[in-house]
Ligand binder design. Sequence first.
Ligand SMILES: [Zn+2]
Length: 520
Amino acid sequence: MKPDVEIYDTTLRDGSQGEGINFSVTDKIRIAEKLDAFGVHYIEGGWPGSNPRDLEFFAQARKRRFKRAKIAAFGFTRRKAVAVERDEQIRMLLDAETPVITIVGKTWLLHVTEVIRTKPDENLGMIGETIRYLKDHGKFVVYDAEHSFDGFKDAPEYALATWQAAEKAGADVICLCDTNGGCLPADIARITRAAHGKLNTRLGIHTHNDCGLGVANAIAALEVGATHVQGTINGYGERTGNCDLTSVIPTIAFKMNKTGVPASSLPKLRELSLYVDEIANIRHNPRQPWVGQTAFAHKGGIHVHAIERVARSYEHIDPAAVGNHRRVLVSDMSGRTNILVKAAELGFALTPETPELKTILSRIKELESAGFEFEAAEGSLALLIRKILRHEEPPFKIDTYHVSMRGDGATSLCEATVKLRVNDQLAHTVAEGDGPVNALDGALRAALVKFYPQVRKVKLADYKVRILESSVGTAARTRVLIATTDGKDEWGTVGVSGNIIEASLQALTDSLEYALSRKN
Ligand SMILES: [Zn+2]
């Protein structure tokens, strides 16, 4: 079945222009395979004329079979005053041997005369001849019309003439681009509608997020006739990034009630988002719409009570529809309902009648007044409930530890030793690190890995320290929050002490204990 809207992913090309994004060829292949399995329709792999890495990607992609997605190579129209068949860059595009070629060309008269410095008619020739040449070579051609909206505002007749040149030459998609991300949704809608009225070719939309409107602008175009949308996973891209497909894809499905990717893929959206962040080595944005960790997080007693009764009253969609889940944040405003809901979410069967409930509540209150906070530390909270509820022995116990540091003014090195016990067996390990917490973490893991090989997969994702204000008569205390991941899930743990190392050790211990408790 043909989808209402085609999804064109450019994470590997436009997305890789983003600061801090650097994909190896292997990374690109892995992401392409994931995108294909997810069900996007086109994957733009790179620009063969720009670097050897992109050439290598296409060489490897040729050897693979993609189930749904078609691979696209990206390039420019022929150079001015050069015959298309003699243009080196066009030859490299064909050499990439992709089924799809995407060509970017000039729409804005200002760019034609001032940037590439040629005549308006020559630009029309560059667009038409390049597209026709690629069509003659059997390619599916997407024409990316750069600065479509600025160009149209400046000289509508000329902008239209460039699109018509692409249409006449046989382009399969004409994609209007808001290249500098400066347009408003109303302009995007007005101009897309105008293009739609004059062209018969499928219209696409490519937006950037410079005004925070990347997604809104793409949707504005899809509402008035565009049926092809370009963007990147997690909104990677130059400056503030491209239109974020992790928002566009569910918006098409759940808000516009149109088909895009297969319906069965939608619950895998969060996983796709995390996967790409993981490969890019970027920390997932917790506030990312739809897929972020806080996208369905709720706080506050009354509110949580209502959520329990009617989830629909506070959520715009069922979180599971995009592979996310509801989270209830615990805070000192929270009453019994919060804890009950949170406990259920963490997998405990706790009811208002459970005899341990009172103990759990008073323990949480006590710790919160001592400076603990559990909102971002569900790992520690789960352990607390588990200990009171199930009276289980922890998977390990630390007998003693020692941390030392030496430095010569220029460099410093920390060393930690840990003596711990698993059942009746003792482990005694030492590790070095560039900081005390790092050394402690190393020693702890070295001891545990002998008993629990799964700790190898567990990584520290984030470490935060906050100095808590001292009240009269007490010394300042430190709160340490640690985020840990096993590559799939992430959890937080917390420690509080007058001593930063001690607070860190509490949080580290909880994080590993939680990791181990999850496995069984
Ligand atoms: Zn772009």
